[in-house]
Design a protein around this ligand. Sequence first.
Ligand code: NAP
Length: 278
Amino acid sequence: MQIGIVGLGLIGGSLALDLRLQGHQIYGVTRNPSTAALALDQGVVNRAGKDLALLSSCEVIFVCTPIDAVLPTIAALARVVGTESVITDVASVKGAIVPQAEVYWPHFVGAHPMAGSAEQGLGAARSGLFVGRPYVVTPTQQTRQVDLDQVVSLIAALGARLITLDPETHDRACARISHLPVLVSAALLLNLEAAGEPGAEQLASSGFFDTSRVGGGNPQLGRAMAEWNQQALLAELDRYLEILQSLRQTVAGADWLTVEQSLLKTHQIRRRVFGSDS
Ligand code: NAP
């Protein structure tokens, strides 16, 4: 199959690597000539260039640009691709993208792989990124079954775990497990700085490495998640602040039994979410 990828960064590059390994012809579009040269040199893609018309004969096209460039890219693709081409995206928000994308292109299938890293760009791309990870598709009443089936079969071949949700449910869930944690983790780093006592940094080890990871990631992506999923994120922030305030009260009141009971509950929740190895 001929597959197009717009945006040869972390996610686009990782998709290209795995899909090419499966024998597909991969055509990549990047605005940057040095990224195109690198992608060809490293065998990430079969062809690369900056013109979206390069993808005119592709059967499926993955839009892997930053969130704010997804809709303009789909509108531009609609002017150059074949009438039956399926376009899918990987953006971390869906409610603000899917309905308009369907207006631009009838063969659109919204999607979001739940895999990534704190790095960005083609250099961060790696094979196997999606294995065992959730990969959400967000079909609507407009989605054609044949288009959905094509995207789903490519996702399954990546070794990802397929999950089907409507765009709004996806956005509420992502606000809870991804977009809120970015801000919480960022707040830990800001707190380290705000305390104004540099010595603590020397003690930072595996625990702080884990808890600060998503807050220290791609700033543009973090901003876009907040901007494009604002209402769902605000609801999560409000609930989170209530919980934090209640934990503060137990500490202030020296209610150590409640502190321990809360942590016993969170211990169990984490094992439920990630299994007994967590
Ligand atoms: P990235 O590594 O920065 O890659 C984005 C790519 O898009 C770059 O290769 C860049 O390449 C291109 N690009 C940048 N601005 C553009 C513009 N205005 N128009 C067209 N292309 C542009 O970012 P990423 O982490 O792969 O994220 C890409 C998408 O994946 C986002 O929509 C994000 O929500 C989603 N996502 C990210 C993660 C994650 O953890 N990072 C996880 C799941 C989904 P050139 O400058 O070479 O053109």
